[in-house]
Design a protein around this ligand. Structure first.
Ligand code: MN
Length: 198
């Protein structure tokens, strides 16, 4: 029997709650199959190794190869799926400390969104675009390829968009930019503020 060192997160919303931005079918594949596979793979790979009882962030900082790829993708997807709330929710505009930091470091929310979407659209191949904070709380947008996460650069990840094709191909086909533009409608800025304050 497979020991569960890591388990699939529970989503804080119903699988159809993010429609029409992300369909139930995409959630069923992206969360139910892709993320589940990364969890299953990591559980097999870490059995009997020093990584069994390590937090994901630490595995990502220390490991390489298949363990890094699967742990990185779990960490990335956990942060991704936990940052959303239904379109009808009332928390899709930044407020408080995160808004002040966005205005300070990017000039305006509109300028921040434009740079974020541009970096997500121009990332060649599979990967993730991230908003992170450095040690002084300064905000930075980075492109990370494949399973990489800004924690490997000493940054605190706050918000991300997945630009692997599996994230958008069912709903948007090849229109990555349209998908990224739509995601702002379901970002839970209370959660981003919570991460920033942590
Ligand atoms: Mn993904």
């Amino acid at each position: 029997m497979l020991t569960l060192f890591f388990s699939l997160i529970s989503l804080p919303y119903a699988p159809n709650a993010l429609e029409p931005v992300i369909s139930q079918e995409t959630i069923e594949y992206h969360y139910g199959k892709h993320l589940q596979t990364y969890v299953d793979n990591l559980n097999k790979l870490v059995a009997g190794t020093e990584y069994e009882s390590m937090p994901l962030e630490q595995i990502v900082a220390k490991s390489q190869g298949a363990i890094f790829n699967n742990a990185g993708q779990i960490l990335n997807h956990n942060l991704y799926f936990m940052q959303f709330s239904p379109v009808a929710a009332n928390n899709h505009l930044p407020q408080g400390a995160i808004l002040e930091a966005i205005n300070r470091d990017f000039g305006s929310f509109e300028a921040f969104k434009a740079e974020f979407e541009q970096k997500g659209t121009t990332l060649f191949g599979s990967g993730w675009v991230w908003l992170s904070a450095d040690k002084d709380g300064k905000l930075i947008i980075t492109q990370e390829t494949n399973a990489n996460n800004p924690v490997t650069k000493g940054l605190k990840p706050l918000l991300t968009m997945d630009v692997w094709e599996h994230a958008y191909y069912i709903d948007y086909r090849n229109r990555r930019a349209a998908h990224l533009q739509a995601l702002w409608q379901i970002i839970n800025w209370d959660e981003i503020n919570r991460r920033y304050a942590e």
